[in-house]
Structure formats: C-alpha cells, structure tokens
Design a binder for this molecule. Structure first.
Ligand SMILES: Nc1ncnc2c1ncn2[C@@H]1O[C@H](COP(=O)(O)OP(=O)(O)OP(=O)(O)O)[C@@H](O)[C@H]1O
Ligand SMILES: [Mg+2]
Length: 299
C-alpha cells in the first residue's frame, strides 16, 4: 500500500483526528481531549466524517445496517463518502484551521481508505488522488483494540446489542488501520486498557505537539491591548476601526512582534489587506513562532 499524500494545511490551528474500529473508544478519547484542550484555552471545533448528509442517506444506512447488501457496489458508497469528506475538509475544517481553531475529527479520510481496502478494493487509484486535496492532520491517532474488545464495547450499548456486525470485515479493518497508520505517519494507540491509560498516551502526544508549537494568541492580544490603550481586544477586533491603530501603531506592532518572536517578517506577510483583525495578527505570529507550524504527521 502506498502512503496517502495529504496536503499540509496553512492554518494556524491544529487538526487532530481519531480513527479506528467501531467501539475502539474514539468518542471517549475525543471527549477527554476536548476537555483537556479547552482548559488550556483552545477554541475548539468538534466534528466528524462522514457528515450526517451521508450517514442519513439510503445507501449508507442500507449498507451499514443490513447483512445483505449485494445490490450495492461499495465503491459507489465510498465515492459518496469521499466526496462528502472533500467538501467537509475544505469548507468546514480548513476555514476553522485558518481561524486558529483546534479541530478534532471523529474519523477522517484514513477511514475511507481502510474501509475501501478492507472490502477488497485494493487497486483503486482515485482515493490517493482525492487525498491530495485533504488537509493533513497535525496528529492522526489510530486507536487499536482487538476486534473482540471493540465488538463487546459496541454490544454493551443497549441500543446496539443486536446490531448487525460483519465480523470478518472487522478483522480486515483492524489490519488496514494498523497498516495505514504505519504508512501515513499516524500514531497507533493501544486502547485496550482502561480509558485513563489510553488517554495518558494520547495526552503525551498532544503535549509534545504543543511544546513544539507555542500558542501565541495570549501574547499577541496582550500586546495589542497595550498599543490600543483602553480598548478590550479579542480575535475579532479590527485593528483600525476597533483598536484605533494608525499607520504608526501598525509599525510599532510589527516591530514589537518581530522582537517578541526574534524574527524578521517577509514583506509579503505584511499586506495591510491581510492584517485586518487581531486574529490575523495572531496568525502571523504563529507562522513565525519557532517553526511551529510544521505538521508532524508525515502523511
Ligand atoms: N481504553 C478505552 N478507551 C476508550 N474507551 C474505552 C476504553 N475502555 C473502555 N472504553 C469504553 O468503550 C466504550 C466505547 O467507546 P466509544 O463510544 O468511545 O467508542 P467509539 O470508537 O466512539 O465507537 P463508535 O465508532 O461506535 O462511535 C465506552 O463505553 C467507553 O467507556
Ligand atoms: Mg463514537
């Protein structure tokens, strides 16, 4: 299998994704991760793929819930889900990353490849081409549990105790997830033990990422507060209209930021039409903050 060549995103936010079998613990880890990052002051977007648009479609429901789906070509469902992922990744996730949000996605494009391959479609090329338009996560977690554990967790939910589960498929899927993770710079997390143990492993990776990537928003907003004496500053504050920064104020801002970051900004990054709000200034600072914006997952 070749690696998925996802596209390095240009946002100042972080993209964290969780993939793995049904019942492996994604929702649980997302809840803990969100609480952890919220406490640290991250502005979060929790989302999932595919979106409800696909989940509610007849083909999806028929395929997922019924044992006999011979009337359906899985490739067509996969293309539908891939299309949904492109739209959602480019028009929901990417804008949020550009606003500096931390986006956590329950499943991601890797699930599309895992499901396609696990169903025997191992030669399809289209999925690799589509992948090149999808933003690459900063952390791509793959929660790994034995199939029996995952199925037992699903079955322990009252509403799903009799749900149809294709067991042979689960074994194939686990294999695919592990391989995709290895090939695509993901992080394989053993999720078999108690959730506290699993989350400790997740948190360690998040802490490593955050240490490499200092969050500049607090310092930038404080600096703007000093320059715009008296005004309260948030990401949405407009530099001229709300904070009263004139051209002298702007030059002072840039000089102070260069000193803070020990960097010299490129002329092209200082276009006044691109630096309209405090959020734009945070984005600029993040870009120069210690090479912080290298995405880590070498997908
Ligand atoms: N190490 C663990 N990590 C996460 N969840 C665990 C762990 N051990 C047990 N669980 C339990 O497993 C159950 C299933 O977890 P969860 O609903 O988070 O899975 P999921 O991957 O989101 O499932 P689905 O794909 O069906 O949405 C939960 O009741 C959770 O408390
Ligand atoms: Mg879930």
């Amino acid at each position: 299998m070749e690696a998925l060549n996802l596209k390095v995103h240009d946002g100042t936010g972080l993209l964290i994704t969780f993939c793995g079998l049904d019942g492996c613990g994604k929702s649980t880890m997302i809840e803990k991760t969100a609480a952890y990052l919220e406490k640290k002051g991250h502005s979060l977007l929790l989302t999932r793929q595919p979106t409800d648009f696909v989940r509610r479609s007849d083909i999806f429901r028929t395929y997922m819930d019924l044992e006999d789906h011979d009337n359906y070509e899985y490739r067509s469902l996969s293309l539908l889900a891939a299309s949904d992922r492109v739209q959602h990744s480019c028009h929901v996730i990417l804008p949020a990353l550009r606003e500096g949000k931390t986006v956590i996605s329950d499943r991601y494009f890797y699930s599309c490849l895992a499901n396609l391959r696990a169903r025997g479609y191992r030669e399809d090329r289209w999925i690799y081409e589509i992948a090149e338009t999808i933003p690459k996560p900063d952390l791509a977690f793959f929660l790994d549990v034995p199939v029996k554990t995952a199925v037992a967790r699903v079955r322990s939910r009252a509403a799903e105790k009799d749900r149809y589960i294709d067991m042979a498929l689960q074994y194939e899927l686990r294999k695919e997830y592990r391989e995709i993770c290895g090939r695509s710079g993901g992080i394989l997390i053993n999720a078999e033990g108690p959730w506290e143990q699993t989350f400790a492993a997740v948190r360690e990776k998040i802490d490593e990422l955050l240490a490499r990537r200092p969050d500049m928003s607090g310092q930038v907003l404080a600096l703007l507060g000093e320059l715009a004496a008296g005004s309260s500053v948030c990401r949405e504050s407009r530099l001229s209209e709300d904070l009263g920064l004139d051209s002298f104020g702007r030059v002072s801002l840039i000089l102070a930021l260069e000193e803070l970051l020990d960097a010299e900004f490129e002329e092209s990054d200082l276009d006044p039409f691109q630096l309209v709000t405090a959020g734009d200034v945070v984005r600029l600072a993040q870009k120069y903050a210690g090479g912080a914006y290298e995405n880590t997952a070498a997908v």
